[in-house]
Design a protein around this ligand. Structure first.
Ligand SMILES: Cc1ncc(COP(=O)(O)O)c(C=O)c1O
Length: 459
């Protein structure tokens, strides 16, 4: 049983606490100006008006002294919260021994590979190998190359609404104008299929009456002559879509498309970079289905405060990759490896207590949000699993016209001014995501949900 009091000690108390009249305060404003002068604004949050100065658990402070509840967990990264005392201890101990070891192997990295294997879904557990990267884009980039190398095929299937990173290969799988336009041409051979986004079904059908038409469409494309899907090496899917709007697939969907892959001879890759590491109430979001992926990409919440990501694939596939064919200077940094193992320990100890708590707490948060949605004209949908909850904002619940960017921006500012950090996502930028650390207290979740509903109402 996890004690709320113990969890409370991991964060600054008394959040939210605002000391400036509005955000950004004067010190942050000056820093933001310096940032726009010296940093490329191609970075993730573009011109997001908040500067992080200190962080602890589920709370962060800006340089003006404003204290926020962070419902983003650094975009699903700080699964155990920021600067967890056990993580700090593991880092301190590792600092005294070894940090960088180039891409040769090191003790921590070997231990991590074994540890990762031990927490994989049943079909990979104990019979897989990991390739380490510094971020999710690198893991997906690797997946494309490895899948092509082991199958001798060229095509890659991905989904509408997908986000798999931004490098040339991974960025070719990612959808969304902002990431693609002007950066082309993307790599050849990528096919995009419709993701099962039930709230906005592209077949205009309703689950379960639809009979999983969208899954059958994947089977049709992969397994019918003259669809031009001739030699798909791997199908890459987020088992709950992240940047595309926090969209979980309906029950049974993943099983049908996995069977379609088997028929075609394509590998199946679960991209768990955002939805994995316990966030959805299971260690991996694919574990909400019975599918056993051939490859699994992970990142974000595994390293937490330290950059660490990787691609884990069945050992018999890994054995087909030529030795030394993909060096990566910073892969498997010993400090990041030690941190990742500590994160895994914290998340999985006591029979996955924190992960099971994420499932329960998520249901409670959804309950509060659904109650708010019933009285709101602009909350169109509340969905997701565990602490990966999306709240889709609309102008009109009947037409489902997405709420406009100005209104979304006003909500983001309204939240910041009340001490809550939340970032939207989705194809129309209109989905607020609840993705706090798994160590957040119930109390902070309730406060943040109340503030969110208040701000929406005021808007
Ligand atoms: C599902 C998924 N895959 C890959 C990535 C890319 O990860 P990174 O930003 O660490 O390169 C992300 C990032 O948001 C993601 O959500």
């Amino acid at each position: 049983m996890i004690s709320e009091n113990d969890l409370a000690k991991l964060s600054y108390p008394e959040a939210p606490r605002m000391v400036t009249e509005k955000v950004p305060g004067p010190i942050s404003q000056k820093l933001l100006e310096d940032s726009s002068q010296y940093e490329s604004l191609a970075r993730g949050a573009g011109a997001f008006p908040c500067v992080y100065d200190e962080g602890m658990g589920s709370t962060v402070k800006d340089p003006d002294g404003n204290l926020y509840i962070d419902i983003t967990a650094g975009v699903a990264v700080n699964s155990v919260g920021r600067r967890h005392p056990r993580v700090i201890k593991a880092i301190e101990e590792q600092l005294k021994k070894l940090m960088h070891a180039t891409d040769m192997t090191n003790t921590r990295r070997i231990e991590l590979a074994a540890r990762v294997s031990g927490v994989m879904p049943a079909g990979l557990r104990g019979r897989c190998a990991s390739y380490f990267t510094q971020g999710g884009s690198g893991a997906l980039e690797t997946a494309i190359k490895f899948a092509r190398r082991v199958t001798g095929r060229t095509q890659i299937a991905a989904f509408h609404g997908a986000y798999h990173g931004v490098w040339c290969g991974s960025g070719s799988l990612t959808t969304g104008e902002v990431y693609r336009l002007g950066y082309g041409p993307s790599i050849p051979g990528v096919i995009h299929l419709p993701y099962p986004y039930c709230y906005r079904c592209c077949f205009n059908m309703q689950y379960p009456d639809c009979n999983l038409q969208c899954a059958k469409y994947v089977d049709y494309v992969l397994n019918t002559p003259y669809t031009a899907a001739d030699d798909v090496a791997v199908l890459i899917i987020e088992p709950q879509q992240g940047e595309g709007g926090y969209v979980p697939p309906p029950p049974g969907y993943l099983e049908v498309i996995n069977a379609a892959c088997e028929k075609h001879g394509a590998l199946f890759l679960a991209d768990e970079v955002q939805a994995g590491t316990g966030r959805t109430g299971k260690m991996w979001s694919i574990e909400h289905s019975s599918v056993q992926p051939d490859m699994l990409a992970w990142g974000k919440g595994m390293g937490g405060d330290m950059p660490m990501a990787g691609l884990t694939l069945r050992k018999n596939l890994a054995d087909k990759i030529p030795e030394g064919s993909q060096p990566n200077t910073f892969a498997g940094n010993a400090v990041a490896a030690a941190t990742t193992m500590t994160n895994i320990d914290i998340l999985t100890e006591n029979d996955n207590a924190l992960i099971r708590r994420a499932a329960e707490l998520g249901e409670e948060i959804k309950g509060w949000l659904l109650e708010g949605a019933a009285n709101s004209r602009v909350i169109g949908d509340v969905r997701g699993r565990g602490l990966m909850i999306g709240v889709e904002m609309v102008k009109d619940k009947e037409t489902k016209e997405p709420l406009d960017a100005d209104s979304i921006g006003r909500i983001v500012f309204g939240l910041l001014n009340r001490g809550v950090i939340m970032v939207p996502c989705g194809r129309y930028g209109n989905v607020f995501r609840f993705m706090p650390p798994l160590t957040i207290t119930r109390d902070y979740c309730q406060k943040a949900s109340e503030i969110f509903l208040d701000v929406v109402k005021e808007m």
